[in-house]
Design a protein around this ligand. Sequence first.
Ligand code: HEM
Length: 346
Amino acid sequence: MPARIRESTELRTMFFELTLNVMMRMIAGKRYYGDNIADLEESKRFKEIHKETFKLAGTPCIGDYLPLFKSKKLENMLIKCQRKRDEFMQGLIEEHRRRRRGSGHDSETDRKNTLIEVLLGLQESEPVYYNDEIIKGLMLIMLLAGTDTTVNAIEWALSLLLNHQEVLEKVQKEIDKHVGQERLIEESDLAQLPCLSNIINETMRMYPPSPLLLPHESSEKCVVGGFHIPQGTILFANLWAIQNDPKLWADPTKFKPERFEGVERGRDGFRLMPFGSGRRGCPGEGLGLTMFGLVLGSMIQCFQWMRTGEEMVDMTEGAGLTLSKAQPLHAKCRPRPIMFNLLSQI
Ligand code: HEM
């Protein structure tokens, strides 16, 4: 394999496609991006729906709070998009259902442990609870809540590393020592890579993907931080402010992954909580952390990463309720010579 430098790759799109492939493989055993797509027409439909969904998700609905600004046009677009999405998801459920009915339970495809397959199994014993609406809701939330957050986290982490080459070298050495060059980094390695996990924590401290968590509503009156909150109040917690508070963190604006050395699982009281906390905390924490660790870890293991020029990566934050980079990350990379052998077998 030639050690060709790949000139200025735009990474956000690639991270999105990868994360969506991971999600869809879990949900339905399908991938819609990259090579060897089984059904091109279906993949095209999924891509269109996904593009529209994220475009609309990023459009602020001021009318939800100030009825004067209600937009019928936006509402109709949302309804239309939801119909298309619903039809697509229902199609996937019917496909699984036909397969279950047609070939019994022991064909190779049936044995694929997809989310739909498992939920349809549960539907047989508890049809009211695991109805199709619930299944579609779960499929949708995985695609909506699990992709944007994970992509942003990975993009911020690589941007920070490109601006801190000494940290990048340190974590590469850690991965080389623990994982080596005979195999790719695996899920079970993650717990043995403290430097990588410190980078993950420090990235999500500085750039929490959900900086205001999700809106919470008080089910009864309570006191938060000395403020009396009446029942039924929508409350936003400013996670970004907590995680960047100079009273809680030394040099909060500095990227210092080593600050997490020796901290049990990165949890340090309620100072760091990129996944929220308590009963309504993120249920996808384990999956999000695994994807984050494996994607970042394998990129560092296999490639040498460089900025596109002398200037530092622009770390300006974009607008919106999730914390994304204002400018998508571009970087140069080249396969590491010590990884040629393994990469040529993939
Ligand atoms: C790095 C990745 C991720 C981050 C940083 C993240 C962060 C968060 C945060 C901060 C919340 C709000 C918690 C609160 O308000 O207390 C949340 C909620 C949620 N997340 Fe994640 N998340 C990530 C990945 C995922 C994944 C992979 C999934 C699913 C596959 C997921 C599904 C959800 C769901 C369903 C909720 C709503 C929970 C509820 O309202 O009870 N997230 N996430």
